[in-house]
Design a protein around this ligand. Structure first.
Ligand code: NAP
Length: 302
């Protein structure tokens, strides 16, 4: 069987593409590695997705999953390893076998970046985390550190203050890149202490995290801070290793206005492509546009 479209990734972009593709009566398969939802499942509070003034990432994605079920979207759980471009028919190679399709939508989103400091890997799962929503509870009443100054860092720092005693936000500059509304909330929160112009140098402990070492970039001074956990929010990298289409320096797929990549018939949607804004609202819009573009591409083929 040759599918009309295979969507790779089951986050907001992939599920939105699935709804549009099914409603266009396309023979559609969605392939997801682990479970539908994507990175947004790690966000405890979303306030900028229209129609949902306050919703957790988990609740929103549960609703999107229910929504795609209404259209009987075929979902397979498998790891995509390669896309073989045979022109009009492409082969998506996965850990569970190969699937043929006329078009592909890549909606693989992003993964959290690592800093590469000593102790980061050793203590992952033993005090180092990239998900405050999942792991924050384990640090109830403790002091923790959080690295980064973007939206993820600041939103999750605020969330952590509900359970921990104190959050040290370690940031390499003296200015945050997070949305202004999130900055204001963090500055007003008495449980958050900012450690500005500073780099995390190491994470130390015996069995679990006990302290971090931080260096001030302006003075060169090194300080130890006693913490029971470290949350890493130093940015994201795209899940695009398996595809050879044109990418920017950081690996994000370069797309045209119709979300086509440099390979005809392969489109990209959501956070894995070069874009000015990475939000649920933009990912969902991308998914819709990519599905319509694949429909036009297939019509053109025929
Ligand atoms: P991000 O916006 O790229 O921020 C990464 C942060 O980590 C920045 O503050 C950056 O510092 C810092 N950083 C990067 N490399 C570092 C290094 N080597 N050492 C120390 N610090 C380092 O990533 P994100 O916060 O995960 O957000 C990803 C995307 O999702 C963004 O587009 C964001 O707007 C979006 N998002 C939105 C919301 C929302 O509620 N609206 C929530 C979550 C995510 P510099 O600032 O100095 O570069």
């Amino acid at each position: 069987m040759v599918y009309d479209v295979i969507i790779i990734g089951g986050g907001p972009a992939g599920l939105s593409a699935g709804i549009y593709a099914k409603r266009a009566m396309m023979n559609t398969l969605l392939i997801e590695k682990l479970g539908v939802g994507g990175q947004i499942m790690k966000t405890h509070l979303i306030e900028n997705y229209p129609g949902f003034p306050e919703v957790s990432g988990m609740d929103l994605m549960q609703k999107m999953e229910e929504h795609v079920k209404k259209f009987d979207l075929d979902i397979k759980f498998s790891d995509v390893q390669q896309i073989k471009d045979g022109g009009d028919v492409k082969t998506v190679v996965t850990s569970e076998g190969e699937f043929e399709t006329k078009s592909v939508i890549i909606a693989t989103g992003t993964n959290p970046k690592k800093l590469g400091v000593p102790g980061e890997t050793k203590f992952t799962g033993k005090g180092v985390s990239t998900c405050a929503t999942c792991d924050g509870f384990f640090f109830t009443g403790k002091d923790v550190a959080l690295v980064g100054g973007g939206d993820s860092a600041i939103v999750e720092a605020i969330f952590l203050t509900k359970m921990v005693n104190k959050v040290y936000v370690i940031h390499r500059r003296d200015e945050l890149r997070a949305e202004k509304i999130n900055q204001e909330r963090a500055f007003k929160n008495p449980k958050i202490e900012f450690v500005w112009n500073s780099n995390l140098q190491s994470i130390e402990g015996t069995d679990t995290v006990e302290k971090i070492v931080v260096q001030n970039k302006l003075t060169g001074e090194t300080t130890e801070i006693q913490v029971g956990g470290v949350f890493m929010y130093v940015g994201i990298e795209p899940g695009t290793d398996f595809i050879d289409a044109d990418k920017d320096e950081a690996g994000f797929l370069i797309t045209g206005a119709d979300l086509s990549t440099s390979i005809p018939g392969i489109f990209a949607a959501g956070d894995c492509r070069t874009t000015l804004l990475r939000q649920v609202a933009t990912a969902v819009g991308d998914g819709a546009l990519a599905a319509v573009s694949t429909e036009r591409y297939i019509a053109h083929l025929e």
